[in-house]
Design a protein around this ligand. Sequence first.
Ligand code: ZN
Length: 136
Amino acid sequence: MKVYMKELRLSTSKRFELVDITAEVEKIVAESGVCKGMVLVFAPHATAAIIANEHEAGLLEDIVTWIREHFQPERGWMHNRIDDNAHAHLASAFIGASRVFPVWDCRLVRGTWQNIMLVEMDGPRTRRVIVEVMGE
Ligand code: ZN
């Protein structure tokens, strides 16, 4: 089995922001030489998430609205006594900081409307995304 790993670094510019990393992840899959297997896309962060969905401006705003409504940044969360980002921890915990995709015919398999995005919820800051391709 082949295992190939690369790390992306990106800078976010807003508190809430979706960053499309599809092209970078697909490039890493292509250079990995893996033709049958899977790829893990993992953000080593407790206040960000990884999702796969349509990159359409209105939907990106809807996703941020949904996160704000469900995880309520202004609410008096306990964690906000020491840090001002409980909403981002909760959203990361429940949305998830990773996604896995199949790799087949040497390509990442995804739906037409499934772009891979980092969800920033406590920006702006520098974020890392680990992309690990496994297979043969
Ligand atoms: Zn915190």
